[in-house]
Ligand binder design. Sequence first.
Ligand SMILES: Cc1ncc(COP(=O)(O)O)c(C=O)c1O
Length: 376
Amino acid sequence: MKLSDLSTPAALVDIERMERNILRMQSRMNSLGVNFRPHVKTSKCVEVTQAQIKAGARGITVSTLKEAEQFFAAGITDILYAVGITANKFPQALALLRKGCDLKILTDSVQSAAAISAFGIANDIRFKVMIEIDTDDHRSGIKPDSPQLLEVAQVLAAGGAELYGVMTHAGSSYDLNTPDALEKMAEQERSGCVRAAERLREAGFQCPVVSVGSTPTALSARSLEGVTEVRAGVYVFFDLVMHNVGVCTTDDIALSVLTTVIGHQEEKGWVIVDAGWMAMSRDRGTQKQTTDFGYGQVCAADGAPLAGYMMTGANQEHGIISRHGEPDLAIATRFPVGTQLRLLPNHACATAAQFPEYQALTAQQNLQTWPRFYGW
Ligand SMILES: Cc1ncc(COP(=O)(O)O)c(C=O)c1O
């Protein structure tokens, strides 16, 4: 099948770019001397994850137990479920453990640690548990210097659980856009997580794993002393938000939505395409950044960016494309009905999630269909 035969909208993966992104991250991790555990929530796709493992990744990170089940079924056993767990998910986690999955789970409270321990004792198993550390005031986690850290470790040690390590994600790195600020954030992420591990060890607990990471910090860290593994997810495809953060160029973005021109409003300088928010998602992540790309950057069918053209409006299945600044009154002749275009996404994880499968484009312009899954 050729690109021009595809029904649109379609989620296109440029395999060459994806491989380049994988290699870039893996070589960086190799030279910094840490294991790399990719976050597979971005792609939710076995083919993509296999490419990451082939390049040297050790284990994976997941955001849902469904991802854990799917990747375990595909033969991956070393899995970190990096969202705080609650009791209603214990049976799903237990089933994975009983089948032989080396699942690690996450807690950031005495209450949930106690529930994990009690469930472990009741079921005669020991969950491997990581304590989530808050190194950037971004989301969840325990502050590195909080007394709660040792309390959680104590509760885990007392019962049916094994303290596997500490884990942090400096998601506030997405708000930055200079190399200096990113480097500082990477160091804050590293030092906070290492500090938490040291406090645990000083108090007599084992803390073998120190896990940090987000795409911007992973690509900006100068030293990862004391860290044993890094996690990153969106780097595999990159997107316009990462472009604005400054860690990739538009030429690195491996995911795009292939769309077809279905009409025009010539006097307004609009092209109407068959990709709306159902294809791109409602994510307007670049809105608060230095360059607002609307719902996406427009590219020609071969992937070359068309400077100034972006998707400025989105209905469910209609997208409006226009030129930034002066309207392009010749837009109908430039992009006649039937023209195929590619749209680069603001947020690759959100756009990918709109599609049941990827159309993966090889360097020879051949297409392969790669399934992706969804749900919990
Ligand atoms: C816990 C955790 N680790 C790692 C990541 C990967 O971050 P990124 O997609 O910026 O690489 C995420 C992303 O949300 C996350 O939630």
